[in-house]
Write a protein that binds this ligand. Sequence first.
Ligand code: RP5
Length: 176
Amino acid sequence: MVDSKSAKETDLTQVRHENPRVGILMGSASDWPIMKAAAQALENLEIPWEARVISAHRTPERLTEYLRTAEDRGVECLICGAGHAAHLAGVTAAQTLIPVLGVPIASSALQGFDALLATVQMPGGIPVGTLAVGSSGAKNAALLAAAFFARHDDQVRKRLAEFREKQSAAVPETPY
Ligand code: RP5
C-alpha cells in the first residue's frame, strides 16, 4: 500500500533489502534526518534501497569501494545528499555509469546555498540530476527514480499512480 503523505512511518533503521535498486548515500550520519525522506518514499513504493554514510572528502576510498560493486549488485540509481561544499554527487557520478541524483543539504552557515551550487553546477559530461534543497529534494529524488523505473516496471508504475491519486485526494478543496 502506498501512502501519499508518508504517514505510514516505517522504522527505516531496521529495514534491510537484499537486492537494493537504489543506493542512498550521504556525507554524514547527520544528513540522515533529511535523507530518510528518500528512504521512506522508496519504502512506500516497495522499491528496495540501501543507505550508506560516504563522504567525498572524509572517506573517499569508501566511495570507490562502494561503487566497485554497486552496478553488479543491481543498483540502478544513486541518490547522494550532502551539505557544505557538497561534492559527493559529482564525485560519485564521475566514477560510475549509474544515474546520480543530488540532494543539497542545508547544514552549513549558508543554509544549503553552497551545497546547491556545488551539486548542480556540474561541468558538461558528468551529469547530476539535482533536486531541491532538503527533505523535499530527498523525497522527490526517490519519486523521480521511481518514475524512471516505471517506464519498464509495471508494478512500480501502478504504485506510483496510486501515490499520485492519494496525494491529489488528500488536498482539501477549501482552506477551512
Ligand atoms: C557535509 O558536512 C555533510 O554532508 C553534512 O551535511 C555536513 C556536516 O557534517 P558533520 O560535521 O555533521 O559530520 O560533508
